[in-house]
Every structure is written in structure tokens, then in C-alpha cells.
Design a protein around this ligand. Structure first.
Ligand SMILES: [Mg+2]
Length: 262
């Protein structure tokens, strides 16, 4: 572990509450997604295509489709409530990209993918350790983007509900990170000033940059497994040049414990 700057230690000494992002901060979302797709295409083979070809086609479709989602207002509103419509739509687009026009098949694959992804979703071992050690010492919370049904399913699958004092889900709030109202409501829930709250997240753009902007203490977790299927680089997200640095960048959540006096 790198030595920590005394000014950073000083900032951490004021922390009274800790918020975590969920996917790829506490649990391996992309690991589960990849395992879920593999299981789905193995259990429901698509004629003339291998499992790897199907996963690659899904990744390419995801790359094109996910940035458009927030612009498609009607679809995005449905997505906030339930991931089913967009997940199935994206599966249908995957099949169409291979010349297969079959909505019933898309529905079966989408349902299987949801079940298998959930079956493969696990907390990282360092997340288990850190949550157990911080529980009861700090108010803990989640701030997570995604559909209400899927995010709640993840919270229950991972048995996080009893560990968390506050849970903020984009789909339930109808607005998500990086919007300030989400961070303000989270701060209000723990009755803390901004510089008394630690945000721990894997996404520079959604978790870290806004938290810096709103005055929170920040820990950017960067894991080697945090690589979307659609990634061109095969590497975790980089910080865009010229953007502010988080207080600390870590590769394992247990690096937080000494800074939090635990
Ligand atoms: Mg995340």
C-alpha cells in the first residue's frame, strides 16, 4: 500500500458516513454479465453461431445501444422501472445483427440472461470484509444507478439490505448519478456536511467526479475485472485528462480501513 498524504488522512478523519456504488464496486457486475451470457447461449444455442460469436454480437450491440438509451425517453422511462423491456430489446437487436428476426427467441434469451447473471452475481471478498468491519461504526449506504427491479434484486441476492442504512436507486428516484439531487438526498439522509461523507465507486464519471464537485471525500476503486463486454480497450475506465483527482485511488476496498480508523 502506498503511503498516504497527511492532508488526505486529515480529510478522512472528518468522515462520518460512507456511501458505496454497487456494480463493480461491491460486486462483480461485468463478471456476472459475462458468465450469464455464456450460460444463456450454451443452454439456448442459436443455430450457426458459437457461444463466443453470440457474446461478441451482444457486446457490439450493447456498445451501440446503451449510449442511445437515455435519449430514447419512452424506453428510458420503462427501463427505470424494469430492466426487462430494454434487455429484451437489446437481445432482439443482437439477433437482428446476425440476420435473425425472432422476438420470442429474444424473450427466452433475455429471461435466461437475467436469471443466470443474478445467479453469478457475488460480492467481492474485500467488499464482504469491509462491510462487516464498517457496519455499526459508520452509517452505510448505497447509491446505485439502474432499473428499480434489477437493482433491488441485486441488493437481495447479495444480502445487503440489512447492512445498509440508506439505499438510493436511480430507478426509484427517477434520476441517478451524477445528478446533484441524488447526492444531496444521500447527504440529508445521514445529516452530514458534504466533507463528512465518503463516496466509494468504480465509475469516474458517475461516482467520483460528481462527488468531488459536491465536496465529498472520494475513493476511486479500480479493479482489473471491471471491463464491459463492449470495451474496446479491454481495460477499466481511465480518468479523462484534466479532470480532478480523487482523494485516493485503490485496487482493494480494505485499503479504506486504516483511513477510517478500523
Ligand atoms: Mg459501478
Amino acid at each position: 500500500m502506498k503511503p498516504v498524504d497527511p492532508a488526505i488522512k486529515q480529510r478522512f478523519s472528518r468522515v462520518k458516513a460512507v456511501y458505496f456504488d454497487l456494480d463493480d464496486t461491491l460486486c462483480g457486475y461485468w463478471l456476472a454479465s459475462k458468465a450469464g451470457l455464456r450460460a444463456t447461449f450454451e443452454q439456448h444455442p442459436v443455430p450457426a453461431y458459437t457461444t463466443n460469436e453470440m457474446i461478441a454480437a451482444w457486446g457490439k450491440t450493447f456498445r451501440d445501444f446503451s449510449p442511445e438509451l437515455k435519449e430514447k425517453t419512452q424506453l428510458f422511462h420503462e427501463y427505470l422501472t424494469s430492466g426487462t423491456v430494454t434487455r429484451t430489446h437489446q437481445m432482439a437487436l443482437t439477433l437482428l445483427s446476425l440476420g435473425i428476426d425472432d422476438n420470442e427467441l429474444a424473450k427466452r434469451l433475455s429471461q435466461s440472461y437475467m436469471v443466470e447473471r443474478d445467479r453469478n452475481l457475488k460480492l467481492f471478498p474485500d467488499a464482504v470484509e469491509v462491510l462487516e468491519k464498517l457496519h455499526g461504526k459508520y452509517p452505510l449506504g448505497l447509491i446505485t444507478n439502474g432499473p428499480a427491479d434489477i437493482q433491488n434484486q441485486e441488493v437481495d441476492t447479495l444480502r445487503l439490505r440489512n447492512l445498509m442504512d440508506n439505499i438510493f436507486i436511480e430507478g426509484e428516484m427517477r434520476i441517478g448519478k451524477p445528478h446533484q439531487i441524488v447526492f444531496d438526498q444521500a447527504a440529508e439522509a445521514v445529516k452530514c456536511m458534504a466533507d463528512q461523507i465518503l463516496m466509494v465507486g468504480n465509475s469516474y464519471g458517475h461516482d467520483i467526479k460528481p462527488a468531488i464537485e459536491y465536496g465529498w471525500v472520494t475513493a476511486w476503486i479500480r479493479r482489473d475485472t471491471d471491463v464491459p463486454i463492449s470495451s474496446n480497450s479491454g481495460k477499466p475506465e481511465e480518468k479523462p485528462a484534466g479532470e480532478p483527482e480523487p482523494d485516493i485511488t485503490i485496487s482493494d476496498l480494505t485499503e479504506l480501513l486504516p483511513l477510517l480508523g478500523v
